[in-house]
Design a protein around this ligand. Structure first.
Ligand SMILES: Nc1ncnc2c1ncn2[C@@H]1O[C@H](COP(=O)(O)OP(=O)(O)OP(=O)(O)O)[C@@H](O)[C@H]1O
Ligand SMILES: [Mg+2]
Length: 604
C-alpha cells in the first residue's frame, strides 16, 4: 500500500484516541479550559456517565467570534505566546482538546467575550464544523458534548459501568477543584447536584484546607499534618494525613504541580518512601501536596493528557518531598520504627530533653479526664498503688490471685489494661504489651476466612437496623453488590438515594461500627469497578473485604476489657496463625525482656 497523507478528520480522531480516553477526560479538558479562561465559577453537568451529555459552563473571559471560529481547529491555541514550550503557565497548550472532542462527539460551544455585546455559537459534529452563528449567553462560555464516541463506536465498548464513569468524572472535578480553591465548582448528574464547592478566599494554606475538608472529608482535616518546605526555587505546601488514615487505594493522594493535578510516578514513589512502614503494605496515605517550581524546571509536554511530568532535577524534588513529609510525620511523634520493642526501649533510656517530658510530669490524658476513675473488680487490690504511682495513666490492674500463671503460656497472663487500649501481660521472663484492637482484628479476620471456607458466615440480626448515610455512588455500589455481601453475612437494603439500611451483620463481628464498615466497603467496591473487576468483584477483593469487616468488627481501642476477656484474647492469639501481625501489617504485640527492663534500671 502506498503512503498517503491522512485527511484532517481522521487525524483528529486519532488524536482523540489519546486525549479523550473516557467521559472524565472530556470533563477534565473542558474544566481546564474554563480555569485557563480565568473563571471564578464552573458548573459541570454529566448525564449517562458523561456519554449522553457533558456540559461545562464558566464565567471566564469568553471568546469573540474570530477566536471561536478557530477554537475547534487543530493545533489552534491562545496559550503559547512564543515558540517556547518551557514557560507553560496554563493547564492547556496543545490546541488539541476541542478538535479531538469534536471529532468523536457532537460538540457545541457558545461564548461571549468579556465586554462584548453578543454571544456566538459554533458546533462540530463528528468532525463536521458548522458556521458561526449569533447566540444568547450572559457571559463566559458554555460547552456541550453530546453522544461521546458516537463517531468511534469501537471506543464505546471500553466504557465501564455508568456508575464507574460518573465516579471518574467526580474524581476529575475534585482533583481540579482541589488545585484551584479560588474557583467555585458544582457537579450535577442532571437530576441532582452531587458536589457543590464555594470559592475559598485566598491565603493559601487555610484556604486550601477549607476545600480539602470538602474533598477529602473532615476526618482528614482533623488529622492532617501541615507540610511546608522549600529548596532553592521549589516549594511544597499542603497536608499529609496521619499514617493511621490510610486508604485501600491511592485515589486520595492528591498531587498538584504548579496548579496542575498530576499522577506522577516519581512523586507517588517518594510519598510512599517517606511514609515507609508507617503505612501498612498495600495501603495508601491520604494527602494533598502542592508543589510549586519555576515552569522551566518541569516539562509537561510528556503525555497527551498532561498528567505526567518530567522534572529537570528529579533528585531535588525527591529530597524536598521526603524532607518535608518526614519532618511533618516526625513532628507528630510517629517514627517508622516506633512499634519495635528495641526502639521502644531506646526511647525509654533516652527521653530527649524538653521535647518529651518524663511520664511522671505529663499532664493527665484525655482518657483519665473523660472517664470516672473506676478500677472494676480489682479496685481494692490496685487502687492505692494506681493513685500514687500512675497519676497519668488510666490503668486497671488484674488481681494477682488470678489463676492464670505467667509461666504457662507464651503470651503470659494479663496483668493490666492501660488506656483501655493495651493489655499488659507477664510471662516468665518478659513483659508483653498487646494492642487489643490490632490483635482482635487479626483473630476476627482469620475466623471469617475459616467460616467462609467451612460452609458460610453466620449472620446476626441487629436489634435496631442501622441506617448509614453515604454518598450516592457509595450507595449504588453497595446495593449492586448486595447479593455477594449477603453471602458474607452482611444484609444491606436501599434506604432513599443517599443511605442504606443494614439489618444483619456477620455474627463474628459482634457490635461493629456499621457506618465506617459500609463506607470502607463502598470504597473497595468502587475501586474494583474502576479496575474493571465487575462481576468477579468479591473473588478479586475477598481478602480485602473480609479484612475491612474484621477491622470494623474488632474490639476497638478504648474499650474496657475484663481480666477474663484479656486472657481469652491472649489464648486466642496463641492459637491463631499470623497473630503477631494485624491485617494491616502492624504488630499486634511487643515483648520487652525482663533482662532489658532491668538494664533500664541499672540493675544489670
Ligand atoms: N472555556 C473557554 N473560555 C475561553 N476560551 C476558551 C475556552 N475553551 C477553549 N478556549 C479557547 O480555545 C482554544 C482551544 O482550546 P483547546 O482546549 O482545544 O486547546 P488548549 O486549551 O489551547 O490546549 P490543550 O489541547 O492542551 O487543552 C484555547 O486555547 C482557548 O483560547
Ligand atoms: Mg484545553
Amino acid at each position: 500500500m502506498a503512503i498517503r497523507q491522512l485527511p484532517p478528520n481522521l487525524i483528529n480522531r486519532i488524536a482523540a484516541g489519546e486525549v479523550v480516553e473516557r467521559p472524565a477526560s472530556v470533563v477534565k479538558e473542558l474544566v481546564e479550559n474554563a480555569i485557563d479562561a480565568g473563571a471564578s465559577r464552573i458548573d459541570v453537568t454529566a448525564t449517562g456517565g458523561g456519554l449522553s451529555l457533558v456540559r461545562v459552563t464558566d464565567d471566564g473571559a469568553g471568546m469573540g467570534p474570530e477566536d471561536l471560529a478557530l477554537a475547534a481547529e487543530r493545533h489552534a491555541t491562545s496559550k503559547l505566546a512564543g515558540d517556547e514550550l518551557s514557560h507553560i503557565l496554563t493547564l492547556g497548550f496543545r490546541g488539541e482538546a476541542l478538535p479531538s472532542i469534536g471529532a468523536v462527539a457532537r460538540l457545541a460551544i457558545t461564548s461571549r467575550a468579556k465586554g462584548a455585546k453578543e454571544a456566538y455559537a459554533i458546533s462540530v459534529d463528528g468532525g463536521r464544523k458548522s458556521p458561526l452563528k449569533p447566540a444568547a449567553l450572559g457571559a463566559g462560555t458554555e460547552v456541550e458534548v453530546r453522544d461521546l464516541f458516537y463517531a468511534t463506536p469501537a471506543r464505546l465498548k471500553f466504557m465501564k459501568s455508568e456508575r464507574a464513569e460518573t465516579a471518574a468524572i467526580a474524581d476529575a472535578v475534585k482533583r481540579l477543584a482541589l488545585a484551584h480553591p479560588e474557583v467555585a465548582f458544582s457537579l450535577s448528574t442532571g437530576e441532582r447536584t452531587t458536589l457543590r464547592l464555594d470559592a475559598c478566599p485566598p491565603g493559601l494554606l487555610d484556604h486550601a484546607l477549607a476545600r480539602l475538608g470538602r474533598i477529602l472529608g473532615s476526618d482528614f482535616v482533623d488529622d492532617a499534618l501541615p507540610v511546608q518546605a522549600a529548596r532553592g526555587s521549589m516549594t511544597v505546601q499542603g497536608f499529609a494525613g496521619l499514617p493511621t488514615l490510610h486508604r485501600p487505594n491511592g485515589m486520595q493522594a492528591y498531587l498538584v504541580v504548579n496548579g496542575r493535578p498530576v499522577r506522577d510516578k516519581l512523586m507517588a514513589g517518594t510519598v510512599r518512601a517517606a511514609y515507609g512502614d508507617l503505612v501498612p503494605h498495600g495501603r495508601y496515605p491520604m494527602l494533598a501536596l502542592f508543589l510549586t517550581l519555576p515552569p522551566d524546571e518541569v516539562d509537561v509536554n510528556v503525555h497527551p493528557a498532561k498528567t505526567e511530568l518530567r522534572f529537570r532535577d528529579p533528585n531535588g524534588v525527591r529530597s524536598l518531598l521526603i524532607g518535608a513529609l518526614r519532618e511533618a510525620l516526625d513532628a507528630a511523634g510517629h517514627r517508622a520504627t516506633a512499634s519495635l520493642s528495641q526502639s521502644a526501649l531506646q526511647r525509654m533510656v533516652q527521653p530527649s530533653g524538653a521535647s518529651s517530658p518524663s511520664p511522671m510530669a505529663r499532664p493527665q490524658t484525655y482518657a483519665s479526664q473523660a472517664r470516672p476513675r473506676s478500677f472494676g473488680f480489682a479496685e481494692r487490690a490496685q487502687a492505692p498503688l494506681a493513685d500514687v504511682a500512675a497519676p497519668s495513666a488510666d490503668m486497671r490492674g488484674v488481681a494477682r490471685e488470678d489463676d492464670t500463671d505467667a509461666a504457662d503460656y507464651p503470651l503470659g497472663a494479663a496483668r493490666a489494661q492501660v488506656q483501655d487500649t493495651f493489655i499488659i501481660a507477664e510471662t516468665e521472663d518478659a513483659l508483653v504489651i498487646v494492642d487489643q484492637h490490632a490483635a482482635h482484628e487479626r483473630l476476627v479476620y482469620e475466623r471469617l476466612k475459616g467460616a467462609l471456607a467451612n460452609g458460610g458466615i453466620a449472620r446476626q440480626m441487629l436489634l435496631i437496623p442501622e441506617v448509614a448515610e453515604l454518598d450516592g455512588e457509595a450507595v449504588a455500589s453497595l446495593l449492586s453488590a448486595a447479593d455477594e455481601l449477603e453471602r458474607l453475612g452482611l444484609v444491606v437494603e436501599a434506604f432513599g438515594p443517599s443511605a442504606v439500611v443494614v439489618r444483619e451483620v456477620p455474627a463474628l463481628l459482634g457490635t461493629c461500627d456499621v457506618k465506617g464498615l459500609l463506607s470502607d466497603l463502598a470504597n473497595t467496591l468502587l475501586e474494583a469497578e474502576e479496575e474493571g473487576e465487575g462481576r468477579r468483584l468479591l473473588a478479586a477483593k475477598l481478602d480485602q473485604v473480609l479484612s475491612t469487616m474484621a477491622c470494623h468488627g474488632s474490639v476497638r481501642a478504648g474499650r474496657r476489657l475484663s481480666p477474663d476477656e484479656m486472657n481469652a484474647l491472649l489464648r486466642d492469639m496463641e492459637k491463631t496463625p499470623f497473630s503477631g501481625q494485624c491485617n494491616h501489617g502492624r504488630p499486634t504485640y511487643i515483648e520487652l525482656k525482663l533482662s532489658d527492663i532491668e538494664k533500664l534500671f541499672s540493675r544489670r
